[in-house]
Design a protein around this ligand. Structure first.
Ligand code: V0V
Ligand code: CO
Length: 143
């Protein structure tokens, strides 16, 4: 079902500060920066390695508002790992397959994700407490 871990999402109060921390500690390079209004985040992707069907990344997330998913998470739990994202060949197919097992889908249909990807989230309470994202990487002509 999964090709690789696409990214680990980290909730941050200050994006620039955490970019400096992660790139300094681990020699990672920022390959994309984006504001995603629908998800309520300002984010940066730091490339870790290449895997099957695409890269793997650390995704640093700063909330656009206190009542966004990442804003609420920061207030409740503080900075740290927010979600794990798996690369899939077909996000709609994976949603259907996993939804059929009784896992609550947080999205009715795929949404726009970073670097032109299509994404969908699974409820953390149905995945052992781990907020889980499915990612279908953009084809080059869609980026
Ligand atoms: C909340 N909970 C979590 C969690 N967030 N558990 C693990 N990891 C997280 N990140 C727990 C929370 O402690 C509660 O448990 C329970 O789930 C319900 O949480 P809540 O605070 O009552 O509810 P909300 O309103 O904060 O909603 C939580 C969910 C929401 C997960 C439903 O954050 C959501 O829809 N997330 C999906 C979208 C998202 O996260 N977007 C930002 C990343 P207790 O306390 O009742 O036991 S955007 C992104 O990754 C992009 C763009 C990309 O990759 O391209
Ligand atoms: Co993500």
């Amino acid at each position: 079902m999964f090709l690789r871990i696409d990214h680990i999402g980290i909730a941050c109060n200050d994006l620039e500060e955490k970019i400096a921390l992660f790139s300094g500690l681990f020699d990672l390079t920022v390959v994309a920066r984006e504001v995603n209004e629908e998800q309520g985040v300002k984010e940066a992707m730091l490339h870790v390695a290449d895997g099957e069907g695409g890269g793997s990344y650390i995704q640093l997330l700063e909330p656009l508002s206190a009542d966004s998913p990442v804003g609420k998470f920061l207030a409740k739990r503080g900075e740290g790992v927010h979600h794990v994202a798996f690369g899939v060949p077909d996000v709609a197919g994976a949603m259907e397959q996993i939804g059929a097992k009784g896992v609550r889908l947080l999205d009715e249909r795929p949404r726009h994700g970073s670097m032109g990807s299509s994404i969908a989230f699974l409820h953390p309470k149905d995945v052992g407490g781990m907020l889980t994202e499915l990612v279908q990487t953009a084809r080059p002509e869609e980026m």
